[in-house]
Design a protein around this ligand. Structure first.
Ligand code: 6PG
Length: 255
């Protein structure tokens, strides 16, 4: 549940949000002397951040050969479909900046979402170098997250079996609870949680109602997600800050 280990950082607007997220991402990448693994998110919230990473000022600060890019969930559509999450990240920055072998999309050309989930799980296991998640060894340096209107994260929807998964790293989700209503493939909570830092990106007044529910302690997927190996940061723009979160500027706890 959202608790005192979660920081809330409120900034003025989506442009500031993108800047702050980019800076944290770069700090985490720099802190890792070896290869860094970043788990991206889909949806619209990260788009400005992705665009920013491709600009000269930020692009030059990232040691691209040493960073591997994964995605927390994808829509089971062709890689070049506008709905494809990794496709969006590729168009906005990865294809221009990252070597091809550092980009790890969910294989949506698989026979079905389950098959894609199994293949992606194998890829994650081989990257991690183990078949079991070790609570003291993070899989990801940073996991980015968005929050859906029903409190879902990745494609883990409230009251769906996937949110309770404890063994699998990746699952097929045959039906989505919110638009777009296409099958999904999603990393599970234990897998997403094994991170040095989890950053939630939420901008706009339309996020206020769901954030109020998340911070009031409701048992929603977004309230269950946290970085078990580090810090969890909620980055909100001013318009998204709900009344039960006392924060207008920097680094406050929910309360
Ligand atoms: C997806 C997502 C999903 C998203 C949230 C927030 O594939 O749709 O990964 O979990 O992050 O629904 O979406 P927005 O950023 O568009 O509000």
């Amino acid at each position: 549940m959202v608790n005192d280990n979660h920081h809330v950082i409120a900034v003025a607007d989506p442009a500031e949000l993108a800047k702050m997220a980019a800076e944290r991402l770069i700090a985490r990448i720099s802190a890792n002397a070896g290869r860094a693994a970043i788990c991206l998110t889909g949806g619209s919230s990260p788009k400005q951040l992705y665009q920013l990473l491709a600009t000269d000022a930020y692009r030059s600060k990232i040691p691209w050969e040493h960073v591997h890019w994964f995605i927390g969930d994808d829509r089971f559509v062709a890689a070049n479909d506008p709905l494809n999450n990794m496709g969006m990240a590729r168009r906005l920055f990865l294809d221009r900046c990252a070597p091809a072998d550092t980009i790890h999309p969910i294989p949506t050309d698989a026979a079905n979402p389950e098959d894609a989930a199994r293949r992606y799980e194998s890829e994650l296991k081989s990257y991690y170098g183990a078949n079991r998640l070790n609570p003291v060894r993070a899989l990801f340096d940073v996991v980015l997250m968005g929050v859906g209107p029903d409190g879902h994260i990745a494609s883990l929807f409230p009251n769906f079996p996937a949110i309770e998964e404890t063994e699998r790293w990746v699952v097929g989700v045959p039906q989505a609870a919110v638009a777009p209503f296409v099958p999904r493939v999603s990393l599970t909570l234990p897998c997403l949680s094994l991170a040095h830092e989890m950053i939630f990106l939420c901008a706009g007044a339309e996020k206020k109602a769901i954030l109020e529910r998340v911070f009031s302690g409701e048992d929603l997927p977004a309230a269950r997600a946290f970085a078990s190996a580090g810090e969890t940061i909620w980055m909100l723009d001013r318009a998204a800050v709900p009344p039960n979160v006392r924060s207008t500027a920097t680094d406050r706890h929910p309360g």
